[in-house]
Design a binder for this molecule. Structure first.
Ligand code: PLP
Length: 401
């Protein structure tokens, strides 16, 4: 009996799945580096700082003390208590927050998956403000719900507002993704704007998944979180984690704070997929959250370095007034329009920058706006400045060619 030449046909679960464009851009930069090219990588969203030493020491001590076994699927109690305590400091509404509401996972990406997979399914529509982090579209797709892009207003940092969201709603709308500070734009939503959006969602009975992974990285004022302004949290799921604020990307710890019934469902889901996140990483995250003023001082130092890099990068990019830029209020990304009017201008510019100038950035196609590009400035300032100067020169070339 002859065997088919290619026996693999993807299941319906992943038939539409695209690989992560941000991870692909970074993998390409790494491959070029390995081949001997000098590359400045502004592709990946990863702080260049080392995890604070006290956190590393606490993790090493935890391993020595035996933190090498399975833990509760939803995470160790002291970590969930620390997360709940911090969240309760911001939440003043009904249904006080406790450790039962917290599910710790292997990164906020997994927490987003847990939340979406537990809440959405075939026939549902989920509103995604666009541009948006690439994985929202794919994670919603994995649940077989429909991701509905809601284009933000470029004149307002590509933010969406309640009226635009309402205009995209149908009777099938079941949820909404929020992300402030936003990847890729760095836009931070005001308290008033968030309040209006949450009020609309509450009125329509939508689930809101608020990804607040960048909330500590805001420059001119602290970022308002959903817990600061929501009036109830029955249908609100907060996603957060240690990766970005504490320079802990490789430790893989994220979490959700939700109503207890949702937490229970997500724990059941996780119990059949990855079980508990790594025990040592949970102890490291505990040291981050319980690190008090000493750790927060290190977080603030990292945020001020991002702030200085943002200002320096903006100063250089703004030397070319034709570049349309969203000045970021938070996170560590610069979002700007690529030169030319081609529908795939972002991809063309990103490819040219990498091949000709050795600078890795990410095409806006990954975020739903293919004529734009994203450059991360979570890299040493002299490199960021060097790359920005090359970007301005390449942009001018692209605008005339
Ligand atoms: N959410 C947003 C908006 C992100 O930009 C990222 C990482 O780039 C994540 C979630 C994933 O973070 P984690 O490393 O905790 O999975």
């Amino acid at each position: 009996m002859s065997r088919p030449a290619d026996p693999f046909t993807p299941s319906l679960n992943i038939a539409q799945l695209k690989e992560s464009a941000t991870i692909a851009a970074s993998a390409r930069a790494r491959a070029l580096k390995a081949a001997g090219r000098t590359i400045i990588d502004l592709g990946i969203g990863e702080p260049d700082f080392a995890t604070p030493v006290s956190i590393r020491a606490a993790a090493a001590a935890a391993v020595e003390a035996g933190a090498t076994k399975y833990t509760a699927t939803e995470g160790i109690l002291p970590l969930r208590e620390a997360i709940a305590r911090e969240a309760a400091g911001r939440w003043k509404g009904p249904l006080p927050i406790s450790a039962t509401d917290v599910v710790v996972s292997g990164g906020s990406k997994q927490s987003l998956f847990n939340a979406c997979f537990s809440l959405f399914g075939p026939g549902d529509e989920v509103l995604i403000p666009t541009p948006s982090w690439t994985s929202y579209y794919e994670i919603v797709g994995l649940t077989r719900a429909t991701a509905v892009s809601v284009m933000g207003d470029p004149a307002d940092g590509y933010r969406v507002n309640a009226a635009t969201l309402a205009a995209h709603a149908t009777e099938r709308t079941r949820g909404l993704m929020l992300n402030s500070p936003c990847n890729p734009t760095g836009a931070v939503y005001s308290a008033a704007a968030l309040r209006e959006i949450l009020a609309l969602a509450a009125d329509r009975g939508w689930w809101v998944i608020s990804d607040e992974i960048y909330r500590h990285i805001a420059y001119d004022a602290p970022a308002t979180t959903a817990f600061d302004v929501a009036t109830d949290r029955d249908r609100l799921i907060i996603v957060d984690g240690v990766a970005k604020s504490y320079a802990m990307t490789g430790w893989r710890i994220g979490w959700t704070v939700s109503a207890p019934a949702v937490a229970k469902a997500m724990t059941a889901l996780q119990s059949h997929t990855t079980s508990n996140p790594a025990a040592v990483s949970q102890h490291a995250a505990l040291a981050a959250l319980n690190g008090g003023e000493a750790v927060m001082a290190e977080v603030r130092a990292m945020v001020s370095a991002f702030h200085a890099r943002r200002d320096a990068a903006l100063r250089i990019l703004q030397q070319e007034p034709a570049i349309q830029i969203i000045p970021p209020d938070g996170a560590f990304y610069l979002y700007f329009r690529a030169p030319g009017d081609a529908p795939d201008a972002g991809t063309r510019f990103a490819d040219r920058l990498l091949e000709q100038h050795g600078i890795a950035i990410v095409t806006g196609a990954a975020f739903g706006t293919p004529q734009w590009v994203r450059a991360s400035y979570a890299t040493a300032q002299p490199l960021v400045e060097k790359a920005m100067r090359a970007i301005v020169a390449a942009w001018r070339d692209g605008a005339v060619s």
